[in-house]
Design a protein around this ligand. Structure first.
Ligand code: CA
Length: 165
């Protein structure tokens, strides 16, 4: 009984100090994006390959950008680890899930925030996957999104999962 009590107490302490490293040492916190854990992959892949990779982790998906704070936090982090190249990086937004024919986050969070470039998302029926394009003038312009084919371009990407015990 005492052992059980001690075990419960230690899980409580663990929960209070929850950290992404408890999910495996490749998951990281990103400053200003609390409550979620991320893995950055700098080796370019197609969106479809990146999606498969992220979903191979329990609870993992290509990152959703649920609000401006998360979008900015990931962008700022990417500039420190990425190449800041014009290729940008994939995010988990796609309209491949037909017949709904509207974009969805692959982690099924509701779309509450978008930051498309002008004239985006493209109306080309092959442009089904979104990325942070990192094009245009420095500043907020470079955080804007574009849509392209899920199978052609190769880009770096972030996986995301909720920080839970
Ligand atoms: Ca997210």
């Amino acid at each position: 009984m005492l052992q059980l009590l001690l075990l419960s107490l230690s899980s409580l302490v663990l929960a209070a100090n929850a950290q992404c490293s408890t999910l495996g040492n490749t998951w990281e916190e990103i400053p200003n994006a609390e409550g979620f854990c991320y893995q950055y992959y700098g080796t370019p892949a197609t969106w479809a390959e990146a999606n498969t990779k992220c979903q191979s982790f329990a609870g993992g998906d290509l990152t959703s950008l649920d609000n401006e704070a998360e979008a900015n936090a990931i962008y700022e982090y990417w500039k420190t680890v990425g190449t800041n190249s014009n290729s940008g990086y994939w995010i988990g937004l796609t309209d491949l899930h037909k017949p709904m024919r509207r974009p969805l986050w692959t982690d099924w969070t509701r779309i509450r925030y978008t930051n498309w470039q002008a004239a985006q998302p493209s109306s080309d029926t092959n442009d089904n996957c979104a990325y942070v394009a990192n094009e245009g003038a420095e500043g907020s312009e470079r955080k804007k999104w574009k849509a392209t084919s899920c199978d052609d371009a190769r880009k770096p990407y972030f996986c995301e999962r909720k920080l839970q015990i």
